[in-house]
Every structure is written in structure tokens, then in C-alpha cells.
Design a protein. Structure first.
Length: 313
């Protein structure tokens, strides 16, 4: 099993102690986002988790807990954008995030710490020149601490349009995407960073950017030292190239308040959910209720302990 922690919220930033309680207990309960009463029980033991993929805007909390991951394979995706508090309301100072990013890279290796520059958006004040300038600032500071940067362009879902109207967000057409991609690709190459796109229809290969896989079977195979055969995740968008994983997060629970976020619905519901969080609960938000139906999720490892990756290449 590949464990995703998490596309739906920043567990490391806001619920890190809860996560490690769940590892200690060996299981977690996750509500189906589409069916409130349907609850999955998911084993979290090293025997069934082949790799954990962490998604976060601030990896600081994990640093003091790395020893608790000694029995697990894992890598990190850390989002560092050039936006201020108008867009990313509660995100910590970028210099502190970069400091934690570097420390993490030194501890576990730069291949396992991926930089996300995501999403790319344009406003009256944040134009292409702005991205060109601050992408280079960030790339220069992360030079030698990561091999890869993942980019994507903002998807204007209805709720995101509602949030973004206060900052005069501008459309990004095909030509602008290509132009931005070319600019960022040239900068990244100066710092030995490969750029990949995330769930983008546009083909940027002509400017040196290929379609990527955030939950990447090839990277995971290298980490576990074995070629794993895992199908594409059928639960993700058609353009998403990620392999199958199980996500243990809950929507509407991230307190960063980013205007572009697809995983939050309203500030009020986020605050209500945070109040329901219990560090000792098997669920991220709240607890089991009398009408809930629990199903043991069928979990399997993809690793064959008799085969090593080095023997297959």
C-alpha cells in the first residue's frame, strides 16, 4: 500500500501528533468523503505500508519525529510559493520553511524532498515577471537540496473563483502557460532542478517540462529498492498520473486559509472541524458515531521480499 498524507489537508502542519499516535496504534479510521456514514479501517503497520507520501507546506513538525519513521519508506512534497498573506493567510514565513526543507534534505537525501511550486496564478500584482524573479530566488535557496520541482497552474473551481475575485485574479491561457513554463525551466536548469507538471492538459515538453506523477511509482521503486507494479489511481482526475494510494486526510480541515485551495469549503466549517479534532481519536475529525458502518480496507503490500530492484536492472 502507498499511503498519502495527505492531498486533503496538511496533517504534518496541524495534526502531526495525531498521525504518530495512529502509527503507534497501527490503524486509522477514515470517513468516505462522499458517504459520511461509510468508514474505512486502514492498517498502518510497516508490513503493509510500502511507502508514505507526505504533502505539506511546512515540514518543521516532522523533523523531531523522523526517528519514529525508521521502519517506513517515505518521501516529502513541500509546497513553497512566492505568495504573501493576502493569498496564503496563515502559511509561516518562507525563510523558516526553507530552513526546515534544507534540514530535512540533509537528513534523508534530496531525492526524497520535492519542491512544489503550486499553483501558479496571475493577478495585477503577480505577473509573469514576478514569477520569474521569485522562482529564481526560491530555486537558488533550494539549490543542492532537491532534485525536482512540481508545478501546476491554478484550476478555477467555483469556490476558488469566489475567493480569488478579491485579488483580481487573471486567466492563464495556453500561450501564457507555455511562456511561464519556458521561463521557469531555464531558471531551474541553472540550479540542477528538473521541473515536472502536475495534472496539466498542456504539453510543456517543448520547453523541457514533462508530465509528472506526484505519487511516483519510479521514485518509490528506487526508495524501496524494488521495481513495483502499481496501477494508475482510478480515483484521481483523468490527467493525474499518480499510482494508486490510500489517503487518510479529511477535507475542510486545513487552517492555512489559502485562497486557491480546492480542499476547503468555508472558514466557519474549518473552525468547527478543528474544534472536533481529538488527538487520541482513531479519526482525524470527531469520533465514531452509532450509525457509522466500519469496513476493514483490504490492504496489500506490493513488495516481494524475495526480489530486489538491483537484481532487475
Amino acid at each position: 500500500m502507498i499511503l498519502s498524507v495527505s492531498r486533503r489537508t496538511d496533517i504534518l502542519a496541524f495534526y502531526c501528533d495525531w498521525f504518530f499516535n495512529r502509527l503507534k496504534e497501527g490503524y486509522v479510521l477514515v470517513r468516505n468523503p462522499m458517504n459520511y456514514r461509510q468508514v474505512s479501517k486502514i492498517k498502518l503497520t510497516p508490513e503493509v505500508i510500502d511507502c508514505i507520501v507526505f504533502w505539506t507546506k511546512d515540514p518543521t513538525n516532522i523533523i523531531k519525529n523522523l526517528d519514529k519513521l525508521n521502519k517506513y519508506n517515505y518521501y516529502f512534497q513541500v509546497t513553497i510559493n512566492p505568495y504573501d498573506k493576502k493569498i496564503e493567510k496563515n502559511v509561516p514565513m518562507k525563510k523558516n520553511i526553507i530552513k526546515s526543507f534544507k534540514f530535512l534534505s540533509e537528513k534523508i537525501g534530496r531525492e526524497k524532498v520535492i519542491w512544489r511550486y503550486d499553483p501558479i496564478l496571475l493577478t495585477k500584482d503577480i505577473d509573469i515577471a514576478y514569477h520569474e524573479k521569485y522562482f529564481e530566488v526560491l530555486a537558488s535557496r533550494l539549490y543542492g537540496y532537491t532534485d525536482k520541482c512540481v508545478i501546476s497552474f491554478i484550476d478555477l473551481y467555483t469556490k476558488i473563483k469566489r475567493n480569488m475575485k478579491y485579488i483580481n485574479q487573471e486567466d492563464i491561457n495556453y500561450e501564457k502557460m507555455l511562456f511561464i513554463g519556458e521561463k521557469l525551466s531555464k531558471i531551474a536548469s541553472k540550479y540542477n532542478i528538473t521541473i515536472e507538471s502536475c495534472s496539466e492538459k498542456i504539453n510543456l515538453s517543448r520547453v523541457g517540462i514533462n508530465h509528472g506523477k506526484c505519487i511516483d511509482g519510479e521514485l518509490i521503486s528506487r526508495i524501496v529498492n524494488q521495481k513495483l507494479e502499481i496501477k494508475k489511481d482510478k480515483n484521481q482526475r483523468e490527467l493525474c498520473g499518480c499510482i494508486a494510494s490510500i489517503d487518510i486526510g479529511t477535507y475542510n480541515t486545513c487552517d492555512y486559509g489559502c485562497l486557491y485551495c480546492y480542499a476547503n469549503f468555508s472558514d466557519k466549517s474549518i473552525k468547527n472541524n478543528i474544534l472536533k479534532h481529538d488527538i487520541n481519536s482513531p479519526m482525524l475529525i470527531g469520533n465514531l458515531e452509532s450509525k457509522d458502518k466500519i469496513t476493514d480496507r483490504k490492504i496489500k503490500t506490493y513488495i516481494d521480499n524475495q526480489i530486489s530492484f538491483s537484481n532487475m536492472i
